[in-house]
Structure formats: C-alpha cells, structure tokens
Design a binder for this molecule. Sequence first.
Ligand code: COA
Length: 400
Amino acid sequence: MNNESLRILTPADKPVYMRLMAQAFERGKVQKDTVYDENFGSETAGIWKNDQLQAAVTVRPFAVRWRNAASGTLSMGGVAGVATGIEARGRGYVDRLLRDSLVRMRDAGQVVSALYPFAWAFYRKFGWEWVGEKRSVTLPLREIKATPEGRFVREVPSETAREMLAPVYDRYCARYNGAFSAESHQWSDKLSHNEDRTTFVYAYFPDGGTEPTAYLLWRYDSGSDAGEIREFIAYTPDGYRALFGLLHYLGTQCKTARVVVPADPPFWLQLHSWEVKTCIEPVFQARVVDVCAAMGQLVSPDGFPDGASVTVQVEDGAAPWNQGTFRITTESGRIRCSPESENKAADATLDIQAFSQAFWGAPSLPMLREAGRIEVRDEAGYENLCRLLPAAPIFTMDFF
Ligand SMILES: CC(C)(COP(=O)(O)OP(=O)(O)OC[C@H]1O[C@@H](n2cnc3c(N)ncnc32)[C@H](O)[C@@H]1OP(=O)(O)O)[C@@H](O)C(=O)NCCC(=O)NCCS
C-alpha cells in the first residue's frame, strides 16, 4: 500500500517542519518560534509517510528586474529550504518535490526560477544551471584615498533608510536581470542589526543636498580587524568616489572590507591594486520555468522586423511542457512563442539548461555556441534568436 502523500503545509505543521530545517541547515540548533511568520506553510510542499514529514521544498514569490521585459520585471520562484530527513534520503523525495515545484511555479505565472545550490550537479538534473558572474572582493582599506565627495556622505538612521534608499537601489538595479525589485528586496534583513552587530547606513548626498545617489551598508566583524559591506550601491563616478572616501576613514579601524559586486561594470575600473583580492563565482543557479510564457513577457528589440522568427527545439526532462519545438516570432513590438506545428527540423536545438542561460543573458548565446551547448541548423534563425535574447548582466543582493 502506498501511504505517501504530497501536500502543502499548514500552520499546524510548523513544529515538525522547524525540526527538519534545524536538522538540515542548522546542525540541530534549536530554532526560535519566530523564524517563520504567520503565513507559514502556504509556500512549502512536503512529502508525508505514515503522517511523518519526510522532505520539504519551499517556493517563494519574488519580482525581479528584467531589462527586456514589457513590464520591467518578471515573476520569479525562489526555491529554498530543500531538505529531506537523514533517514529518508536517497528515495527520490526531493526529485518528486522539485518536479512538483515546477508545476506550482508554472501555474502561479512564475516564469523564471532561481536557487542557491549546495551542489550544482544536483539541480542541473532538473534544469537549473549557473547564470551570471559576481565578484567577491576584499578591499585593502588603507590603500583607499580620501576624496572630496566623501565630505557629502552622511549616516542615515536605519529606521528611515528604506524609504530614502529605495529609489537609489531601484536605479542601480535597472541594469541587471534578476535583481530584486525594490518591493521584493529584503530590506529588513539587510538593514537589521543582528548577530550582535549594528548595521550602519551611509549615503552620499551630492553637494550636501537631500537626495542620495549612492549608499553603502556597513557591519564590523566581531573579533577581527575586518568588516563587511553588505551593499555597495553606486552608479556614477562621483558616487563611487564618495563611498571610497568614507571607506578611507574606516581604514583607521579595519584592514580590509569584503564586498560582493557585479562583474559588469568591473569594480577594478574604480579601484585596483595587488592587495585587491577577487573571487569570481556564478550569481546563482536559475532556469526558465515556462519557455513560451517567459518569451511572451519580453519586448522585441528596436528595429527587429515584425514577423521575423526562429524555431527552437528544447529538451527539458523535468518540465514536460517545455519539451518540443517552438516558433518564436514578434508581433507589434512583443515576442510571441507557441509550439511549432510544421514538422521540420528546428533552426536551433538546445537543452533547458542552455536555454535558461541564454534567456537570463549570461553566458550569452554566442558563448554557449562556442562551448558546443547549442546546435545551429539555420544561421538566419540563430541570428534572430541572438537579437531576441541578448547578452545581459545578472546580479542580485538577496538570499532566500
Ligand atoms: C540534498 C537533499 C535535499 C537530497 O534529498 P533526497 O531526498 O535524498 O534527494 P533524492 O532522493 O531525490 O536524490 C538523492 C540523489 O541525489 C543525488 N545527489 C546527492 N548529492 C548530490 C550531489 N552533491 N551532486 C549530484 N547529485 C547528488 C544522488 O544521486 C542521490 O542518490 P543516491 O541515493 O544514489 O546517493 C538532502 O540530502 C538534504 O536534505 N541535505 C541537507 C540539506 C541540504 O543541503 N539541502 C540542499 C539545500 S540547496
């Protein structure tokens, strides 16, 4: 008899769920009851056997910035809390829950998805693939010089920071696919004072005015002469100079500061020396949840002729609705995508992992082709696809 079932959690399931999370992610640390809010449950699916929770997967809804989306954002399912009890591992529970999460995301209109993997190979099997590049940089504070703009940096009380900084954040993020919209951005987490440390907020007000155009969030490490820049938001040369001017004076207390920045534009353009240590990593692992719905959210590029098209064959073993050949074309400035009715070989063939990377914008289609990740039968169709899915920088400062 099959006594296993898959269902969405309810508030009554909170104690057993918290136990599973403590075991999977906290090495057994007893969790405070306040970790999960009152809406607990609705975003999490679990597998139950004999009324015992075996495994769980959460999908959190976020709006992320998208450069060529008609509305400027896309709906994203952030996959989190993927866990199976130790004694229940290796039985395919998470396999089943991830496939189920794709159905839930598709039905909720979440056309893209992202997650922070414990192992890239594990989620690759389900269509998620690395996208974008970010740089974790260690800055030698004592090498940073004072700047005239540094005089216009003021501390902002963290209680009022969100309202004041949201337009700066928004302007900065417009450049990046995948950056959380100002509404989705996890301000309270970013601005909070926790782990027994204060988070300081500093903003640059050009010429001493009232509208900031750059900011950074700073926290000292405990017990070492380093610190963390939790967000470094600057999009103009004077904004960079102003924030560096502030960091110069932190150099009297701290040797180094860690900061995570996008690969584009290169941070080195603003500051570089032998002491600047840079580690390059993917932004996260992401996929397209629904090929046609995702393409349908995009605008066609300037000057792209109405009706020009490409046929694309996609292989997706985890989301069967993406499996097949699709015709992608443009109509009145928007992209349209539908299953191809003509039975002939597609212009381009790729798996959902490569399609997802191309859709997100990094690595780009030409890079994927060079790496042998896309098979091209028709050059004109491929060129159209390159214009419809252009290279784009990806970045986010949010974790889930
Ligand atoms: C990762 C985890 C969720 C997998 O759960 P599960 O229910 O055992 O998953 P499934 O049964 O569907 O798949 C297990 C299979 O995944 C594969 N797998 C496990 N780790 C892998 C890895 N690092 N890379 C590639 N494949 C891996 C194996 O093939 C394994 O099969 P096996 O029985 O032959 O060893 C579980 O081990 C867990 O809870 N770990 C601790 C919390 C955690 O790290 N979660 C992930 C957060 S991103």
